[in-house]
Design a binder for this molecule. Sequence first.
Ligand code: BEZ
Ligand code: FE
Length: 281
Amino acid sequence: MPQYFSETGSVEAVNARMGEDASPRLAQVMASLVGHLHAFIKDVQLTQEEWACAIDFLTRTGQLCSEQRQEFILLSDTLGVSMLVDAINNRRPSGATENTVLGPFHVAGAPRREMGANISADGKGESCLFEGRVLDPDGKPIQGARLDVWSDNADGYYDVQQPGAQPRWNNRGIFETGADGCYRFRGIKPVSYPIPHDGPVGKMLAALGRHPYRPAHMHFIVTAPGFQTVVTHTFVGDDPYIASDAVFGVKDALVAPFQKVSDGETLWRSPFDFVLVPVSP
Ligand code: BEZ
Ligand code: FE
């Protein structure tokens, strides 16, 4: 008897078509995806109109994607999928610095800067000294660690969102640690900002009664030979959006001190140490 499609046997009907030549991993992933997708549709008893609305939403999401805009990653971010995939793939021992979302505003090839340099080039915002050490799990300094750092400006925009209006490489730079494992640079105390919300993802958030804001943060990618790369941020703890980040990126251990300085060359100081885990042999 051929296995025709039926409401009750829908999953089996589709998965029975899997070819012998499909790779075992693809077969596993797709069979599970079909199972969960059909279960979801049955659970909510999806209507024809809702199905058409979903197709339209996904179509518009794809149509907005370009070299400059990745609306599907934004969708993944706002549904907690990016953070979940990251959590599954970057489990680390306690004490090691945790990852969070990369976000769309990292730009490769930022200028290498001298330790202590100022990354803020537009003269806006409240100056802040970021400093600390890059350590291994035993607390030994890591020499030759690279910190690729970036933040928004005081108006809540990254330089790439305002080409022409902000100096190139504003609030970005790459620093390399010496034998003491220390890093130090000046920037601004970051401010909270909305993720791009003029597209389908923004409409989805509005329909769900969710705001599009991220709490203020400084981005870091920390790399060192022989160690796992850390893609993370440090967060400003008293930010009004700290408990409701639109992309679920906040973790307790990533909330950094931001201390008012009375007698320094910056208004604020944010100390934070990074602990990197060796790559397994
Ligand atoms: C960011 O922090 O730059 C970011 C992360 C996820 C989505 C949008 C922006
Ligand atoms: Fe950001």
